[in-house]
Design a protein around this ligand. Structure first.
Ligand code: 13P
Length: 253
């Protein structure tokens, strides 16, 4: 059966010392509260803190992911970070296609597909974000939008490759707004994504893929979101910056 995953996306937050405190806070929480065996915890700090985080992760029970990666292999791409670099740091995961990257940095489904390819080539698992903006939801276009994102970002992959992918449904109108999707809205889209995966790759594979929910997920609403059959965990923004809240969410299955 598929894993429960709770991943913290710190976004562009924390100074070096704050990052150090946060990781230590997470480790303290993990010493006090044991996560169920089938729950995987992932921490995705900004690039400069990846090394520190992987050092700590070795002593504790969490995995480490980056928040972005280049769509190019290597070379003259000033400011970019390659999948090969992330691989050489023994990272496990990398977020791709977050709505903030799509909105502010022009990331398209095509870029997402190229980044996914880079990550898979270098043995990292992509956490691929999809989700509609408010106007699309209001026009009842959420299914169409998510379908296109999933198809164009992922459906060039072989079944073997697809097994390595985690999908995160993050309705853009729910990110950082305090407005969470209802458990019914989340389940509806998660189920729809799983149906798309079933049609393309078959039921067995579709049942193995973890689909996370993201968007104002916090300790007070995680339980009712995670209770849905097709919601396999969360991609957590704001609440992952507080160790206690982050671990409380991870304990919400
Ligand atoms: P918030 O939890 O702050 O709404 O952010 C969600 C998100 O974008 C995680 O990637």
């Amino acid at each position: 059966m598929r894993k429960h995953i709770v991943a913290g996306n710190w976004k562009m937050n924390c100074t070096f010392n704050e990052a150090d405190d946060l990781i230590n806070g997470i480790m303290e929480q993990l010493e006090q509260k044991e996560l169920p065996r089938d729950t995987k915890l992932i921490v995705c700090p900004p690039f400069p803190y990846l090394e520190m985080t992987t050092d700590y992760a070795n002593d504790s029970y969490f995995m480490v992911g980056a928040q972005n990666v280049s769509d190019q292999e290597k070379g003259a791409y000033t400011g970019e970070v390659s999948a090969e670099m992330l691989e050489s740091m023994e990272l496990d995961y990398c977020i791709v296609g977050h709505s903030e990257r799509r909105a502010y940095y022009g990331e398209t489904n095509k870029t997402v597909a190229a980044k996914v390819d880079q990550l898979l080539k270098h043995g990292l698992k992509p956490i691929v974000c999809v989700g509609e903006v408010l106007e699309e939801r209001e026009a009842n276009r959420q299914f169409e939008v998510v379908k296109q994102q999933v198809e164009e970002g992922l459906f060039h992959l072989s079944a073997e490759q697809m097994k390595e992918v985690v999908i995160a449904y993050e309705p853009v109108w729910a990110i950082g707004t305090g407005k969470t999707a209802t458990p019914e809205q989340a389940q509806e889209i998660h189920h729809y994504i799983r149906t798309l995966l079933t049609e393309k790759y078959g039921k067995e594979l579709a049942e193995e893929i973890s689909i996370l929910y993201g968007g104002s997920c916090k300790p007070s609403n995680a339980k009712e979101l995670f209770a849905n059959t097709d919601v396999d965990g969360g991609l957590i923004g704001g609440a992952s910056l507080k160790a206690e809240d982050f671990i409380a969410i991870a304990l919400s299955f």
